[in-house]
Design a protein around this ligand. Structure first.
Ligand code: GRG
Length: 298
C-alpha cells in the first residue's frame, strides 16, 4: 500500500468515527417511529466508505478550519448520499436487493418504509445544516443553497433522470460526462465546497480551485466505479459498444475501452491534483483522498 493510500485510509477512518458518532446521536434523537428510525439507522450506519464527509472535512482543513464547524455539513452530505442510495435501490429505479453486502433497505424493511426513510434523511440533512450553531447564518444559508442545487433537479436527481432516460441509448463521451457530473459529481463537488465554506474567509480563487479539484475527482470516481463494475464481468469488457450488454448502461469502458478508461482516469487524477497546486501541506488530505478514489478496490 502506498503512503498516500495509508494516509487516506487513516483519514477516512478518523472521519468515519467522528461522522458516525454524530449521525447516530442525531437519528436517535429524532421523533421518528421506532420502525422508521430503525430503517434510517440501518441505511446510514450500515457501512459505506464515507468519501463525501471525508472530502468535506479535508476541504475544511485545506482552508485552515480544523474545528467542529465542518461536522454538520459533513453529516448532511452523507445523509443525502444515504437517501439517494435507498431510493436508487428501489424496484422503480435499479431494483437492487443488496447494498454494502446486506439487503437493501426496501428488502430489509418494506418499500414504503424505505421511501419514507430516504425522504426523512433528506429532510434531516437540510434541517441539520440550517440549524447548526457552529456556523454563521449567512454561511448556513449558502450551504443550504449549495446542497439543494447539488442534490436536486439541477444535480443528483437531474442526473438520475438523465441516466434512466439514457438506458438503451449510445451516449457520446460528452453526454456520459454530463450525466455523471450531475448524478454523482454534483454531490462530491458540494461536499468539498461546503467544507471550504466553513472557514471564516474563503477567496473566490481558492473556492474555484477546490471546485476544479472536485469536478475532476467526481468524474474519476465514476470512471473507477465503472472499471470496478466490469472487473468481475469480463464478458462485458469484451463486448463492443452496440451489443446488448454495452447498450444496457452507458459506461466509460464501453465507450473508451478498458485501457482508454484507465488513461482517462489517470488524466483526471492529474487534473485534480494540479488544481491544488497553490495549496500547501494543509491540502494533503485532499491529495490523499484523490489518490484513494482512483486506487480504491470497492
Ligand atoms: C434516486 C434520488 C436518487 C438519486 C440517485 C447518486 C444516485 C442518484 C444514486 C446512487 C446510486 C449509485 C449506484 C450511483 C453511482 C455512484 C456510486 C457507486 C455510488 C456509491 O457511492 P460510494 O461508493 O458508496 O461512495 P458507499 O457505500 O461507500 O457510501
Amino acid at each position: 500500500m502506498s503512503d498516500q493510500n495509508k494516509l487516506a485510509l487513516d483519514f477516512l477512518e478518523i472521519c468515519r468515527i467522528r461522522v458516525d458518532t454524530e449521525l447516530d446521536r442525531v437519528i436517535e434523537r429524532s421523533s421518528a417511529s421506532v420502525r422508521l428510525q430503525e430503517a434510517m439507522r440501518y441505511s446510514v450506519l450500515g457501512g459505506g466508505k464515507r468519501i463525501r464527509p471525508a472530502l468535506c472535512l479535508a476541504a475544511a482543513k485545506a482552508m485552515g478550519q480544523t474545528g467542529e464547524a465542518a461536522l454538520a455539513p459533513a453529516c448532511a452530505v452523507e445523509l443525502i448520499h444515504a437517501y439517494s442510495l435507498i431510493h436508487d435501490d428501489l424496484p422503480a429505479m435499479d431494483d437492487d436487493e443488496l447494498r454494502r453486502g446486506r439487503p437493501t433497505t426496501h428488502i430489509a424493511y418494506d418499500e414504503a418504509t424505505a421511501i419514507l426513510a430516504g425522504d426523512a434523511l433528506q429532510a434531516l440533512a437540510f434541517g441539520w445544516l440550517a440549524e447548526t450553531g457552529q456556523l454563521s447564518e449567512s454561511a448556513r444559508l449558502s450551504m443550504v443553497q449549495e446542497l439543494a442545487r447539488a442534490s436536486g433537479h439541477g444535480g443528483m436527481v437531474g442526473g438520475q433522470a438523465i441516466d434512466l432516460e439514457s438506458v438503451g441509448k449510445n451516449l457520446s463521451l460528452a453526454q456520459l460526462e454530463a450525466m455523471h457530473r450531475h448524478k454523482t459529481g454534483a454531490l462530491i463537488e458540494a461536499s468539498v465546497r461546503l467544507g471550504a465554506l466553513t472557514a471564516p474567509f474563503v477567496s473566490e480563487e481558492a473556492l474555484n480551485s477546490l471546485s476544479s479539484y472536485a469536478k475532476a475527482l467526481g468524474l474519476a470516481f465514476q470512471v473507477q466505479d465503472d472499471l470496478l463494475d466490469i472487473e468481475g464481468d469480463t464478458e462485458v469488457i469484451g463486448k463492443p459498444q452496440g451489443s446488448d450488454a454495452a447498450r444496457a448502461k452507458p459506461t466509460y469502458p464501453a465507450l473508451l475501452g478498458v485501457n482508454g478508461a484507465r488513461e482517462h482516469l489517470s488524466a483526471l487524477l492529474t487534473s485534480a491534483l494540479e488544481s491544488l497546486r497553490n495549496f500547501g501541506s494543509e491540502a494533503d488530505s485532499l491529495r490523499a483522498m484523490a489518490d484513494y478514489v482512483v486506487a480504491r478496490t470497492h
